[in-house]
Ligand binder design. Sequence first.
Ligand code: CDT
Length: 308
Amino acid sequence: MSRFLTVGAGQLGPIARDDSRDEVVERLIALLRDGASQGCELVVFPELALTTFFPRWYFPDSAELDQFYETEMPNPSVQPLFDEARRLGVGFSLGYAEKTPDGRRFNTTILVERDGAEVARFRKVHIPGHEDHEPWRPFQHLERRYFEESNEGFPVHKAFGGVMGMATCNDRRWPETYRVMGLQGVEMILIGYNTPIHYAPDPGQNALQGFHNHLVMQAGAYQNGTWVVGVAKGGLEEGVESLSDSAIIAPSGQVVAQALTSDDELVVARCDLDWCNHYKGTLFDFERYRRPDVYGLIAGQPDSEGRA
Ligand code: CDT
């Protein structure tokens, strides 16, 4: 049997600090229309897709910081994207900085169905970078100052004719991210990212950024028998080069479609969600072959000597 879902990875090129939400939303709508013309039922947009990647700057003043957050979703600037998506019958996922009514800040992604209904909001679990201003760096990575870690985990959702999950940027580097969703039968994981090429704590990793990006997503896909859609905001943004390389990855771990540019670009693949069953029902038949009885250390908190 086949259960096809045509998906677009809506990669973005750079967003300048003074680009307005309206300008960015126009770019998102152009990608969405491109997707509709190619038969996409779902377009996946990157992490923090409405603004420049603001954690690269230290903002001592919270009023200045607040301009990058959305206090409602949708809001008047983003509403045209929601309207156009519903008109076209194309669903989407969109990453943005969320500030809740009680002042909490999360790195959030909303998933919206083809009829415009909200499926879920996912809040990033693994928050990388640092809490305090570190002037020795050529640019900051202050996600740990500007976002709380979510404790909501990695739920999955019946939508788009399958079982969908979400993760955000640094979440993709952790095998547990995929496995927690794999255990819930996930068939497609949507991942947006902003990955600066320069990694200040260990620049020796810079040349490996592209390799590591695909390595983790391909392994996560294969080991859990799921599709993975990885979508970048890449290119040279405010003087910082970020990884592009958006990719759609099959449950076999193979990259089936990949971005060629560092700019706005739609990467499309027709994904058979039933193909997941080849892997979930053979090598990765979890019920038959997994050994959770010997994996205690993974979810436990080790003591000071490293014992679970
Ligand atoms: N946005 C995000 O999570 N980026 C991180 C950068 C590396 S840590 C400074 C990532 O894992 O790609």
